[in-house]
Design a protein. Structure first.
Length: 324
């Protein structure tokens, strides 16, 4: 999935505030909810409402990822209830300047299933194989009741497909796109890894016109996703699994042939002979681990641990064999 955010001239109008917010799951619990995307705009904004959109999106995001025991659709509904209570609290404190001036879109996406809602003049389009579908027409809007205040209402759900493109545009940007037929140009872009470059080229050609307007554009290009909770790991092909038994087996057999006669002999001669044979036994083991001498073995702590483990296994086998 590829995400592209464009903010056009945010300082052009001091009374116009807009922003976009994109959240990807950060842990296994949030992966149950999928991704969350928000685009907001506030017209005729007062100085005290400079952080209005930021506060609203924070309420929605925290509730959405907090309710991980629910399905994403229900979790979004719970988030909208929380957002309505937040807005109602602002209105009860006497600030109703945002009423009629707020545009806000919320999209939840998991495994190609989309849940979304919106208020205000923000537009949401689905572009699929050259077709342009105005999907927010499926939302049934209702009158806003004063108290309890209910700004966010219905949710639309639908299944998307690989190579689909979702566009979220604030009204002024949408009007410009409509006038210049930019949606048709974007719909013709091939859905490959350089889609972002093609989209930027289209916008660059209209740079002069876009410099005179303000607003946000969010583009979500869908690609096949790795299953939630799993990682895709690519490693070189290994022809055969490592087996400690297989590696140590020839040394173990050789060690038994050395140690049995030495134990049967009594006195110093037997021990001297055992010492000489042990050095001969260890030399191929040193070659296996690329050890030049005893000093290099002592300096290599990792190999000491490996050899210590091997020695414990060998001695355990020997003593049980001798006991029998």
């Amino acid at each position: 999935m590829q995400i592209f955010e464009f903010h056009f001239n945010p300082n052009l109008r001091p009374d116009l505030i807009f922003d976009s917010f994109c959240y990807e799951p950060e842990n296994i619990y949030e992966r149950r909810m999928g991704s969350l995307y928000l685009v907001g705009l506030l017209k005729n904004a007062l100085p005290r409402n400079l952080r209005f959109l930021e506060k609203l999106q924070k309420v929605i995001k925290e509730k959405y990822y907090k309710s991980t025991i629910f399905a994403p659709e229900k979790s979004l509904r719970e988030s909208l209830k929380e957002a309505n209570e937040f807005l109602e609290g602002i209105a009860k404190r006497g600030d109703v300047s945002w009423l009629g001036n707020l545009g806000f879109a919320i999209l939840g996406l998991k495994n190609f299933k989309l849940n979304f809602t919106k208020v205000g003049g923000i537009k949401i389009f689905l572009l699929r194989r050259g077709q342009i579908i105005d999907i927010d027409k499926k939302l049934k809007f209702q009158d806003i009741e004063p108290y309890p205040l209910k700004i966010f209402g219905n949710i639309v759900s639908g299944k998307l497909a690989e190579d689909d493109l979702i566009l979220v545009l604030t009204k002024e940007i949408f009007d410009f796109f409509q006038e210049n037929l930019l949606l048709n140009e974007i719909a013709k872009l091939p859905p490959h890894h350089n889609f972002g470059g093609g989209l930027k080229d289209i916008l660059d050609r209209k740079k002069e016109g876009l410099s005179r307007i303000s607003g946000a554009l969010l583009a979500i290009s869908l690609r096949k996703e790795v299953l939630a909770g799993k990682k895709e790991i690519i490693l070189p092909k290994i022809s055969k699994e490592f087996s400690l038994k297989e590696v140590l087996s020839p040394f173990l057999k050789k060690f038994l042939r050395i140690i049995h006669p030495a134990f049967l002999q009594k006195g110093g001669a037997g021990l001297s002979e055992l010492r000489i044979k042990l050095f001969g036994f260890l030399s191929p083991l040193f070659n296996l681990f690329k050890i030049k001498n005893i000093k290099s073995l002592i300096l290599n702590k990792k190999l000491i641990l490996i050899l210590a483990l091997a020695l414990v296994l060998i001695l355990g086998f020997i003593f049980s064999h001798l006991k029998k």
